[in-house]
Design a protein around this ligand. Structure first.
Ligand SMILES: *Cc1c(COP(=O)(O)O)cnc(C)c1O
Length: 419
């Protein structure tokens, strides 16, 4: 469910017509619905209300401060993967005691910052990283709370670039070595073992990989407890999928029921790191048709948004819906076209061979389900300023990130004398 709907012919975000925002801020821009964000976090928390749990929003899906603040207001924590995300989470007002830190390549400086701020736990991804955290914590005179990210070797049946829980992945510690690694962690003076973690992939559309993963790690949890480890958290990562086109991801209630059933006897606090499911359908990218170019074989709709603004179609071959912001365009009928951006790359497309409304120059297009991994993966490629992020709350329109300027593009650059 989301708050992007037509009233008469006009696409609205909550109580504001999208075309009015386009008039005010220009195109392209990302547009988020506050009500959808708030609804999604509450829905997730409610699904697990019967058991001790903490929802830590995965910042990399959408790290805008205002977006994070909506979740922080609802009592959520944040799952971070860099020092920059730590900075953002704190700036958004997140309680450091609700921050979990994942990722395979944490640097010494990042570990120091996380320890100084007193985060909830590190999700440790290798033996070498465990050593490093122990050493840094020793220097600071503290104990680092950790979980090991266990790789349960299950196939999440999703795109290979977003599968993380199979043996061949760079992520986590192989389940076969996990117990031994935990025993080593227990013996390190500056490490405090507090949890077990796993995250097997993203955009999962069936429950079985989640259930299979739990089946594989639950023995580890009980063995560790039996050995006297003070295990408080079982972090099950994120990964629940959304509908982009015709996918049928599980309902949150079914996801919650399956997980609660599989973990009911473990007496741990469940931790979740959802990203996409909270923000994906809470955001759209709005762009304008610049030209329609009829080639010999193909028709191209050229928009002012390119792969630097939304890279998912180019990177993963992902599907995003394309809707006319003014639905009267539909009366012109449809055509089959490639919808492409202005970037000098043949991989620069939003859709290929898609049946779409017969867009003409000037038409606004809403690229749907763009709230996750949209703006955060955007870049300045082709020296294009990054687009603004707008949030609507009821009738209120808020610019939560300004459009970059040309000056922003060269900030930090210098031309040394005499070159
Ligand atoms: C990306 C990521 C997530 C969020 O994944 P979604 O599919 O967006 O829910 C959670 N945890 C970790 C460790 C991640 O890398």
């Amino acid at each position: 469910m989301n708050h992007f709907n037509y009233r008469e012919n006009d696409l609205y975000c909550e109580d504001v017509a999208v075309k009015e925002i386009a008039q005010k801020v220009g195109t392209p821009f990302y547009l988020y619905s506050h009500a959808t964000l708030a609804r999604h976090i509450r829905h997730f928390q409610k699904a697990f209300a019967a058991v001790p749990h903490l929802v830590c929003f995965s910042a990399k899906a959408n790290s805008n401060l205002a977006v994070m603040k909506v979740f922080v207001n609802a009592g959520a924590g944040v799952d971070i993967v860099s020092g920059g995300e730590l900075f953002r989470a704190l700036r958004a007002g997140c309680d450091p005691g609700k921050i979990v830190y994942s990722g395979v390549g944490k640097t010494e400086d990042e570990i120091i910052a996380a320890l100084r701020n007193g985060i909830m736990m590190f999700n440790v991804e290798s033996a070498a990283e465990l050593e490093k955290i122990n050493e840094v914590a020793g220097t600071l005179g503290v104990k680092a709370p950790i979980a090991l990210r266990v790789n349960p070797d299950v196939d999440p049946q999703t795109h290979p670039y977003i599968s993380t829980g199979m043996k061949k992945a760079k992520f986590g510690i192989n389940i076969a070595q996990a117990l031994e690694e935990y025993q080593r962690a227990q013996s390190l003076p500056h490490i405090q073992v507090v949890g077990v973690d796993c995250h097997i992939g993203s955009q999962l559309t069936s429950l079985s990989p989640f259930v299979d993963a739990i089946a594989k790690i639950r023995t580890l949890v009980s063995t560790l407890k039996a050995e006297g480890a003070d295990l408080r958290y079982l972090d099950l990562g994120g990964g629940l999928g959304i509908t982009y086109n015709n996918e049928m991801p599980p309902d949150l209630e079914d996801y919650a029921a399956a997980i609660q059933k599989a973990t009911s006897d473990l007496s741990v606090t469940l931790v979740f790191e959802p990203g996409r499911v909270l923000v994906g359908n809470a955001g759209i990218l709005v762009c304008r048709t610049l030209y329609v170019k009829k080639g010999e074989i193909k028709t191209f709709v050229i928009t002012d948004a390119g792969m630097n603004d939304l890279i998912r179609p180019s990177l993963y071959g992902s599907y995003h819906g394309l809707m006319a912001v003014d639905r009267s365009v539909d009366e012109r009928g449809t055509m089959v076209a490639d919808v492409v951006g202005p970037i000098c790359e043949s991989g620069d497309f939003l859709a290929q061979d898609r049946e779409i409304p017969a867009f003409e120059t000037g038409d606004l297009i809403a690229v749907t389900s763009a709230g996750a991994y949209g703006f955060t993966m955007s870049s300045n490629y082709n020296s294009r300023p990054r687009v603004p992020e707008i949030m609507v709350q009821g009738e209120r329109v808020m610019t939560v990130r300004q459009r970059e300027t040309f000056e922003d593009l060269v900030r930090g650059e210098t031309i040394p004398e005499d070159i």
